[in-house]
Design a protein around this ligand. Structure first.
Ligand SMILES: [Zn+2]
Length: 260
């Protein structure tokens, strides 16, 4: 498979996974099953037919409304779907058609779902964090075996310990500022960042804090949040990680090519 094929495939799979993430985002925080009942209108409960459940397209064709009760369907649905597709395509562009791609796509999907849930509920459910961590780790073990990348796997292990450890210290020192959910999410961030390298690990975790502080200050300045009110930190950890793995490696490669 060429890299271009991988990027296109990743985008298409991303649309479908984004559709699934919408279900996870809506149901996991309220303790509903993600399998049953099938996708339905949140207002009237009408079960969606297959052609009403096509990512983005159905939302546009139906005029952003439920076919039966005409209730407005939130723009969050197509946003999560397109966002996941774009993120998947970017990850495929970054790593190419290699064995570690599936594991990294799982992590990217987890970051989308957890960011949305954290923004809405200020929680990072174990039901999403733990399976994501397990699937990403298993995928990286397989990739290490296929491509003989056990050094990278070792660094990924270091990443888990560092991510979890650093955030745990902050959580213990300041339990109100940082929840234990953030500590567990940082383990997933560390796993992915460590796989790319120790520089990525340091920059990626730090980027989460910089992004969080910058947005926190900006929100205070425009008066959207009061001093002392906590804003969810999960989305910043996730964004710092994704931006770092997408950007830092490319810069490093670019510099290497420049001086090679
Ligand atoms: Zn309806």
């Amino acid at each position: 498979m060429t890299d271009t094929v991988a990027i296109v495939l990743a985008a298409i799979i991303g649309l479908a996974i984004g559709s699934f993430l919408n279900v996870v985002i809506a149901r996991v925080p309220i303790g509903e099953s993600i399998v049953k009942p099938p996708s339905h209108c949140p207002k009237c409960g009408t079960v969606l037919r297959l052609y009403d459940n096509i990512p983005v397209l159905s939302w546009l064709v139906l005029g952003r409304k439920c076919r039966i009760c005409r209730a407005t369907i939130s723009a969050q649905y197509p946003l999560v779907e397109t966002g996941t597709a774009v993120l998947f395509a970017l990850v495929a562009w970054r790593v190419g058609a290699h064995a570690d791609l599936p594991a990294l796509l799982v992590a990217a999907a987890a970051f989308v779902a957890l960011s949305a849930i954290d923004l809405q509920t200020k929680r990072l459910p174990d039901l999403v964090v733990f399976p994501s961590l397990a699937m990403t780790a298993a995928g990286l073990v397989v990739a290490a075996a296929i491509d003989d990348r056990f050094d990278d796997l070792g660094r990924a292990g270091i990443g888990v310990a560092v991510g979890f450890g650093v955030l745990l210290v902050i959580h213990v020192a300041k339990p109100n500022g940082m929840g234990f959910g953030d500590v567990k999410l940082a383990a997933l961030c560390g796993l992915v960042l460590g796989w790319f390298g120790l520089a990525d690990l340091a920059v990626g975790l730090y980027a989460g804090f910089v992004l969080g502080a910058a947005v926190g200050v900006a929100l205070m300045v425009v008066g959207r949040v009061r001093r002392g009110v906590t804003i969810p930190f999960g989305p910043f950890l996730a964004a710092g990680t994704m931006i770092t793995i997408l950007a830092l490696g490319s810069w490093a490669d670019w510099l290497r090519d420049l001086y090679a």
